[in-house]
Design a binder for this molecule. Structure first.
Ligand code: AMP
Ligand code: MN
Ligand code: MN
Ligand code: MN
Length: 278
């Protein structure tokens, strides 16, 4: 059984529609899928219709941006009730945060001689919330850089000119939103924050102390030694284990739906706590 609990649609910074993400997951043999768009659940209703059509179990998900110390940390909520008042107000809060951050990014870009970036990113995002990848795409379209990666390297990445200092809500706050919405809080891709192992463990300790219940021990293609280490770290803290591709685009095989190693037997799968049909 392939369980993929981390994926994106064009409701945030993915390229495919929610329907196409579900179709692709099904074609690739995924039987349980969570769609976890950045700070939005807009893709879930239509994805559920497609999931029923193709016989995939769809888990309601979201990937929230949160703050830990000076850095941003992503927390996935699984099995959330999209209609819960806490979820509705969390999404409204994050939408506003992304709007004001986007205005600040656009101001910086205007100072660098690239005007109208807010309008450009807004158009690319459609009616949904804006992320840095929308700015990156705008910069590529304008000819300011040759590709998305260069946009992050030159303008949008950490410490770069248009990297505005933005304070996301605390880990505690985000975990509370998820728990109040009936979901399970999962620390996303702990090895991808550019931290030393010691710092990463400190982050996981803070997450567990704040009520987080699981960590992603697998995020896309990765070395089995990393998976084994993360399982050990999770088990030592009585945290459950999650896994997912973090799928965004069809042309990235190392982050494609269902394309990752299986969970080691020693891990406690997070889906043991999700209400999945058997
Ligand atoms: P945001 O949540 O608006 O800060 O945007 C973060 C998203 O940007 C991540 O989830 C990635 O999908 C994407 N991202 C981050 N760094 C890069 C990069 N160097 N190249 C392309 N995409 C990136
Ligand atoms: Mn993303
Ligand atoms: Mn993430
Ligand atoms: Mn993600």
């Amino acid at each position: 059984m392939i369980v993929d609990l981390h994926s994106h649609t064009h409701c945030s910074d993915g390229h495919l529609s929610p329907q196409d993400v579900v179709y692709r997951a099904s074609e690739r043999g995924v039987s349980v899928l969570a769609i976890t768009d950045h700070d939005t659940i807009a893709g879930l209703p239509i994805a559920h219709i497609t999931a029923r059509e193709v016989g995939i179990q769809l888990v309601n998900g979201i990937e929230f941006s949160s703050q830990w110390g000076r850095g941003g940390v992503h927390i996935v909520g699984l099995g959330i009730d999209p209609m819960a008042p806490a979820m509705q107000s969390a999404i409204a809060y994050q939408f506003d945060s992304r709007e004001s951050r986007s205005r600040a990014i656009a101001d910086r870009l205007a100072k660098a001689g690239i005007p109208n970036a807010y309008e450009g990113a807004r158009e690319l995002a459609g009616g949904e919330s804006i992320g840095r990848p929308h700015f990156a795409q705008f910069l590529v379209n304008q000819g300011a850089v040759s590709n998305m990666n260069a946009a992050f390297k030159r303008f949008l990445g950490t410490g770069k000119y248009a990297d505005v200092k933005y304070e996301w809500p605390s880990m505690e706050q985000v975990i509370e939103w998820i728990v109040q919405s009936g979901g399970i809080a999962v620390l996303a891709h702990p090895a991808k924050y550019d931290l030393t192992r010691m710092k990463m463990c400190a982050m996981i300790d803070s997450f567990a102390a704040a009520g987080g219940q699981a960590i992603e021990v697998i995020s896309g293609q990765q070395l089995p030694t990393l998976t084994a280490d993360l399982v050990k770290i999770a088990n030592a803290r009585s945290l459950m284990a999650s896994c997912g591709s973090d799928f965004h685009f069809p042309d990235q095989p190392w982050q494609d739906l269902g394309n990752f190693g299986s969970l080691p037997d020693t891990a406690v799968p997070v889906w043991s706590a999700l209400r999945l049909a058997s």
